[in-house]
Design a protein around this ligand. Sequence first.
Ligand SMILES: C[S@@+](CC[C@H](N)C(=O)[O-])C[C@H]1O[C@@H](n2cnc3c(N)ncnc32)[C@H](O)[C@@H]1O
Length: 509
Amino acid sequence: MKRGFLNKDSSAKCTAATASSPAVEASVAAPTTTTPPAAKPVTSPTFKRGFLNKESRTKHTPSVSDTPAIATSATTPVLTKPVAADFKAVGPVASAPAKSSNTLTAEATPEKGSVKAPSPQSMGISRPEARMCTSEEFHEKARQGAVQRIMTCLPPDTLETSCLFFTGVKERLLACPSWPAPVPKAAQNCYRIGDSLLGGLGLFAVRNIKLRELIVVERPLLIVPTALRMENEIQHLSPEQILHGLIKRMPPDRAAQFCALSNCRRNRDDANGDPLMGIVDTNAISIGNLPGELEMTHGAIFNVISRFNHSCSPSVAGSWDVQSFSYSVRARRDISAGEELTYSYLTSEQLLTPCAERTAFLKGYNFKCKCPSCTDMEPGHSNQSDDNRKRLGMSRTLTVEHSETMFRECQTIIENPKEDVNELERGSLNTLGLMEREQLVDDVICAFHYSCLCKVALATKNEKKARKWALKAADNGRLFNGSDGGFTRSAQYPRQSPWWGRRGCGVAA
Ligand SMILES: C[S@@+](CC[C@H](N)C(=O)[O-])C[C@H]1O[C@@H](n2cnc3c(N)ncnc32)[C@H](O)[C@@H]1O
């Protein structure tokens, strides 16, 4: 690694990883007799599989209630009706639940009087690679009768979330000590749902919201594995039929909330497709791997959280906590009363690509982004935002690929009296300044530069500054890593796929 990496453009290309999900197949018998929610028939046009862009082999007429009221509070609605017992597929369950690795880590609060420069590991830069089971592994296990799909509603006492799981996920969740933990409490009265100038409904701040404030915490209406979309038919059931089975199992009020969500394919000329699948494609957020027999990304759909509109300079960020089985959305920056709260449907890497690329990534959602960064690219505007993002993208790629070397080099500069630490400081401040101009908070870039600045401050014996940067680094870590102590972190890359912030697969263009 050459010196000067902090200021100079690198030739490294910012490429979004393309982690395609494995194709899978599992045994699922027909859904049991469950009563569908109060429904109005909707004629389904010929289904075109958005995900794989293939014609579905099965056509069917779903029942979707299309005008239920949306709850505008973050609290979970009371269930009105118990859901039928779990439906299990035939065949043996593979193995006994493994010992849970789901231990909660306490949030790191810097002790009074002690300032310690964060290490790259503690800041989440060199995270362990998440592994996805390959299609071969899946099929091998399926051949051995060791993989099944189950439909279930969890947590058992509240049945809030309708889930489609492969073998072992439910068993492992139930085996986790004290699972599920109570859902954390969000701040009171900080948002409302209303008409958005961006499109449809959106969330708006009803008062000033501070950086990192917890805005919404919610258990999902539905969780499905990425693999739901991968096989055309599983024991004569298409993914669409499985999905319909899952919705039928929901308590009617939750099913109504699900069906009221936006479907980005609804008004398209080629609006052929299963409406429920359209809702999944439009609203699912990746929650990374769940602790099952197979490494498998899952997506979750929420009553409130799925209402966030997208911005390329998002004001909120979310994290999944498997222990409380809930998703938390926090402010990425200070937000003013009245502002629309926006989330990014793109990965961190994708956010750092030029406007044209971001537009292509978002094509499947069927809208044109009107955020300041995208508007900057319109005729009559400068292209400054594209330039800024390009530089930030390179900085991120470099940090991801060479974090160890870069940290070592920083250390060498700091420890060598002949080296100019001011130059190091300037470089970091420049990069952070670029990010501020783009109204972005990139977890990797922030982690590295906050740490660098903290180390410089320590080396120059400026404890006040060191504390400031250490606190910023801690905030950054908590904002992006949540508090699940492992599952989401170890599943860093699938957390960003396959739907909002997805890679490799997604809705049809
Ligand atoms: C997950 S939903 C967000 C909530 C949605 N607006 C609603 O009414 O429920 C995604 C859909 O919202 C709309 N949307 C989201 N972000 C947008 C943006 N920046 N500009 C225009 N439309 C947007 C698009 O129709 C997109 O398919």
